[in-house]
Each structure stands twice: as structure tokens, then as C-alpha cells.
Design a protein around this ligand. Sequence first.
Ligand SMILES: CC(C)(COP(=O)(O)OP(=O)(O)OC[C@H]1O[C@@H](n2cnc3c(N)ncnc32)[C@H](O)[C@@H]1OP(=O)(O)O)[C@@H](O)C(=O)NCCC(=O)NCCS
Length: 218
Amino acid sequence: MILDFGGGFFLRRATTADHPALAMICLKTGDAGKDASSREDDPELLGLLYTIPYQVLEPELAFIIDSPAGAAGYLLGAADTAAFNASLASDWYPDLQRRVADPGPDSSRWRGSDRARHRVHHPDFAVPTALAAYPSHGHIDLLPQARGKGIGRRAMAFLEQRLAASGSTGVHLEVMPENNDALKFYKAIGFEVVQDPEPAKQSVYVGKRLANTAEAAS
Ligand SMILES: CC(C)(COP(=O)(O)OP(=O)(O)OC[C@H]1O[C@@H](n2cnc3c(N)ncnc32)[C@H](O)[C@@H]1OP(=O)(O)O)[C@@H](O)C(=O)NCCC(=O)NCCS
């Protein structure tokens, strides 16, 4: 156990045995924070795109929020987003692309998990220039039973500490614009919306500067 949140909820390092939980929680929060189960016909694919690679490629920053009833959330990070995306491109996507069929370019014909399948074959690894001050990024998703207890705030503070200790000067998160609850949460914990002068994606980015505690410690 790394952090005890009380009430049987705690944070621990994620392992390969947690891949099904990482996929399940990603699915249950995959529709802008809400359950995407009824939309997706492949229940694993969102996890294979958005959560499991963190445990594989950056295991020091991959954590599960556990509970008496089992995994109830995850906290994931990448210290250097550009380097992480390069690893995704070279070490993760090629295998996924062999296993998943491309649904083609016509989005009007997409069904079920086809948007995710399209993403597998047309990934966007570019990091917007507006995020230069926030080189790290993170993801946090909690199942309903873990929400509203201060776990998100404490978990994010922990991730920020870990990133700052590794020398990071800033962290960002990508939020679906319709996820107002998450935007309010990030604002409450000190993140600001990062204005992108050339918005290439339909996401909102929130960012926070970090005091580089690695320098202070050396
Ligand atoms: C968003 C999420 C991570 C927040 O975690 P949480 O543990 O529920 O939040 P906390 O209890 O730690 O709340 C921290 C602060 O954020 C505020 N906050 C959290 N959710 C909020 C909401 N829906 N509306 C307004 N404020 C909110 C709290 O009021 C609290 O502020 P305070 O400490 O000043 O009182 C969690 O609710 C979640 O996983 N939601 C579903 C998935 C999701 O949307 N993830 C983010 C994807 S980008």
C-alpha cells in the first residue's frame, strides 16, 4: 500500500495482473467520465488504447485505487509525454494494429468500438505546442463508489509529487469538453485550462506547473 485513503480505499502500484481492471475501469468511465459499456462492442479496446500501455511502458507511474470490493480506479502518468508517445508508436501500436481491423474512413458507417478501431490505425502522437510548459501528463478515473471522498485530490497530489521529484516542471491532462464534472475537479485542485492557439483536437487541456523538487533535493 502506498497511500491509505481510509474506508478500505488505498493506492498501490499497478501490475500486469491489473490489465483487466485497467480495461474495465476505462470502459466504465470511457464516455466523458460516464459508462461506455453500452456503446463499445469490444470491452477491452479502450483499455488497450488508453490505460494498459501506461502499466507496460511507464510502470513506476501506474497505480490502482483499490477497495474492499476490488479495483475502483486508476492513476496513470507519463513523465515525458513526447518520449511516452514515441514509445507508444514504436512498441505498442504496431501489435495493436495487427490485431484490430481498420473500420475505414467513413465515420457515418462506424458502429460500436469502430471509433476506437479507427484510432488504433490513425493515432495522433503530436503534442500541442501550447503544452510545452507541461511536459508530463496523467489520467485519473474512479468508479462511482470511489468518487466524492477526496481520493481524486489526494491521488493527484501524489502524482504531482512523484513527477516533481523526477524533475518535471509541469503536468497536463486531456479532458473531453463535455466532462464538466472533471473540469470542475481539476479547477478545484489548482489546474488551469491551457489555451491552445491552434486547437487540433476536440479536447480541453488542463495544466499545472510543478516546483522541480529534484533540483532542490540534489
Ligand atoms: C473526476 C474525479 C477524478 C474526481 O475525483 P473525486 O475523488 O471524486 O474528487 P474529490 O472528492 O477528491 O474532490 C476534489 C475537489 O474537486 C471538487 N469536485 C470533484 N468533483 C466535482 C464535481 N463533479 N463538481 C464540482 N466539484 C467537484 C470537489 O468539490 C473537491 O473540492 P474541495 O476539496 O475544494 O471540496 C472522479 O470523480 C472521477 O473519476 N470521475 C469519473 C471519471 C472522470 O471523469 N475522470 C476524469 C477524466 S479527464
